[in-house]
Design a protein around this ligand. Sequence first.
Ligand code: ADP
Length: 397
Amino acid sequence: MKVLVINCGSSSLKYQFIQTENEAVITKGLIEKIGGDAEFTFCRKNGEKVKKNLSVKNHTEALKEVIANLGEKANGFINSLDEIEAIGHRVVHGGEEFYKSVLINDQVIASIEKFSELAPLHNPPNLQGILSCREVLPNTKQVAVFDTAFHHSMPEKSFMYALPYEYYEKYLVRRYGFHGTSHRYVALKTAEFLGKKIEECNLITCHLGNGSSITAIKNGKSIDTSMGFTPLEGIIMGTRCGSIDPAIIFFLMKKENLSAKQMDDVLNKKSGLLGISGISNDLREIDQALDQGNKRALLAKELLIRSIRKHIGAYMVELGRIDAIIFTAGIGENECSVREKSLSGLEEFGIKIDPQKNESLKGKPGDFSTPESKIKALVVPTNEELMIALETQWVLH
Ligand code: ADP
């Protein structure tokens, strides 16, 4: 099946056109700065990457550009709109309602809108993408794939906060978890690699990118994850602080005379690796500074590794038996030193890594544990777009 995968942000539309049978990307592209003078980056049939400027008022206009580009005479990828057999949308928040991907209808749209309150930055543009597709391709089936759905299996004791219970009842304040599409994808790939059924796998999946989360998977299902009510909770990230003592928030708001919005900005945009290092949210730049002896760069990396180890430790205890610990996303796939330091000294717990194998896995999949290690240590590159395309196909068949 040929699936158009759409991921809409507030001023962007990312797409991939995927042939699910051979998991091939037919083409992909991105429109940024929607709302005015936009930039459209796309690939031609010969693989050449092209960037063009154009005026795009809204997501519907952006989608029309994408469709026109797919069908372009000289360089197009489709001969008729029917060749777009389905559309798969990334939707960030599915609340408590969606535990799997679903065919989009009016009711689903109303629910996505309802959950905008829980993800005000993400769900509204995701929904806009869906409405634009309805307008431009009214006969094409659309599927919503939720970032939260995989974590729907978390038990109450994992998802509840020890706040007055009424806030859960009144406002659905609970942990939801995110990056579910990525955690699920790498879990499925790992099951394949181990030659086991996913239902037999106990895993710890570490999605370490600009945003990061770690998930405990028991018998193929998420039973705990580090992100919570929002993606702010958990391990430290590029610009997000991860878990901190909530009392700090009130203390700082008073001391610095910050509004709630300003405090939110501090926690989400000025903290994490950037906040500690004062250099960058990008670990590659922090590594460069570290090589020159920058102490805060070193501290930022140490904090990151400590928070990864704390979560791995907690989930090892929760899971008991573990088949593999998996590293994925920008940092997980490429930063050998983070992987090595996250799993070093754990021989007593059944993890023995091979540093040389680890070094050889830069952006490549593979096993970097020793043959005698009880728990495998794996690099599994994530592919959220492919997962969305496959989910779309599974929903429609
Ligand atoms: P996002 O959450 O934005 O999708 P990514 O998964 O692309 O983030 O991860 C970005 C992080 O991965 C950055 O901190 C970056 O430094 C780190 N990284 C390290 N090496 C690489 C690499 N070779 N390519 C991409 N990102 C890398």
